[in-house]
Design a protein around this ligand. Sequence first.
Ligand code: COA
Ligand code: AMP
Length: 630
Amino acid sequence: MSTTVSDLYKENYEKSISNPEEFWGEIAQRLPWFEFPSTILSPLPNGHYDWFKGGKMNTCYMALDAHVENGRADQTALIYDSPVSNTKLTFTYAELLEKVSKLAGSLQKLGVKKGDTVVVYMPAVPQAVMAMLACARIGAIHSVVFGGFAPKELAMRIDDAKPKVIISASCGIEVQKVIPYKPLLDEAIHLAEHKIQNTIIFQRPEVKAELKEGFDLDFNEVLESGEPTSYVEVEATDPLYVLYTSGTTGKPKGIVRQNGGHAVALHYSMEYVYGIKPGEVFWAASDVGWVVGHSYIVYAPLLYGATTIMFEGKPIKTPDAGTFWRVIEEYKVTAMFTAPTAIRAIRKEDPDGELMKKYDLSSLRYQYLAGERCDVATYQWLQEKLGIPVIDHWWQTESGWAMVANMVGYGVNPTKPGSATLPVCGYNLQVLDEEGHELPAGKEGYVTIKLPLPPSCLATVWQNDERFVAGYLDHFKGYYFSGDGGYKDEDGYVFITGRIDDVINVSGHRLSTAEIEEVVASHPEVAECAVIGKNDELRGQVPMAFIVVKTGSDEEKVIKEVIQEVRDEVGAIAYLKEVLVAQRLPKTRSGKTLRKTLRAIVNGDEYKVPSTIDDPAILTEVETLIVSKK
Ligand code: COA
Ligand code: AMP
């Protein structure tokens, strides 16, 4: 080993792997359970494990009531900073508890009970946090859908989650563009087969949504008329939420998170992954529609008694590339978390960090990055400009918290650009070859986690355990299949090289090329198509479509329509701008399109012509087409 890694980390990591029950059993003691779990770890027939069986609890109680009871009533729990609506608000733990209890009471009055689902389709406003916590309070399962998704995507999630109620807002604000949400919501409700009972709409001053009497309820009226309600006791293994994420098919999968493991792991992560003390300010510049928003805008900081920030804006243009640094100074942020794409956007606007220099960033101890691979140039720029540890860490919607990180709570380890550092305690990370054998240092393969996964990781796929087993447990028996490729170096540092499936990451937003491809293929004049991820300097990746059009079609018109359809059906975040018209697509003899080869050509990566190729001349044709468009 050439790098010296903290002994405390090594000791704890080893214990977490050799004796997970003892390790997590001790950590679980830190949380205010109603009844401590009778079993820490229980194997399941499908090869997976449950954490904390028999534990009785309530996540909202742990995140709010317990702090109010223990002297944090007047501490700020939530700061809302919205440059796009010129609003700044703060809520103490007591204030947030009061609002959440009332909203929870109103939901109960509407008939929402333990085990029911509620969809939340909202921009970054505090009412989204209230909605999530109110569900948790009454044991209802929330499913937050990112506001950038189009009605069809929302409808798919409504049909899968089958909510009784949807909580939404009258609009979102994208820099200066006001996006009315109600028409999108109405269309989604119309498209969905599942019929919901009510919507609850938070009316923002920028847009007043029209409400259908008796069906659409006004958020503020519902909240104000609510009788504060107490928390409902749930089992540690009861689901807290379902969060849809893109897989390799067109249908998103509902990742199910259980209450107990989630609370324990997130609480632990605040101290050991983020190095935060209760009462300090933590800021995740993400959106509640993504897992980072769930875990680090809402639950972890509150479970831990910290102060969290909900920021409604962009890293640039709201109003400029200094906005992140302004927020850090203004609220004395201790640790901040964002996606590399945001830093790339800032660096492009402010390459010398002139805007950064205007602010006092002395409160900031650590800067965290995740959501996509961080390129070395961006990493080094940020490290040099900030002069504090910049920590790239790897995780997924499925895990809900970091799987590889520099665990600063055990002492900061030396970093290596391009690596997210070392496996987090509880994650027995192994890089396997095709046959499931562990690969030696330096050899790239499938990044897997030997079971059991630590607490908080997905329990299953909502209403589809078969998909869960097929997608995550069946590839290598006894291992969780992450879908990422990567390698470990001789010091055990983990380098994630990217997805080995059709999932892409556009500006830190996880999307499936299969999902986009379905929309492209549905155009009546598209005979066949392939969508792949193209590397992009700002966004990390962007989708790119190859289409073969039917004879006699107007190519330019088809291209425009395809782009518009993806925008309308997936959402503007899909960012499909490049569509190439090919005469034919390269395929294997069995008829499978060679997407991987297309991706390699587009990105200038090395590739071998597959031995199974049907007609090599087609590949040459497509190569020429790509080169001619560069
Ligand atoms: N609701 C509606 N539309 C949305 C939306 C939302 N919540 N989020 C994005 N969009 C739209 C944008 O308005 C834009 O539409 P346009 O094509 O009409 O302009 C489109 O989707 C693409 O948006 P975006 O990817 O945000 O591009 P951008 O050029 O506006 O900004 C970045 C580029 C890099 C600054 C921005 O993507 C960014 O801040 N990324 C960081 C994301 C992040 O933190 N993710 C968290 C994961 S941890
Ligand atoms: P999501 O589920 O949206 O959080 O996306 C998870 C995926 O993003 C992972 O499977 C990785 O492909 C990618 N990802 C997240 N964090 C990192 C990171 N630090 N380095 C490389 N890739 C990352």
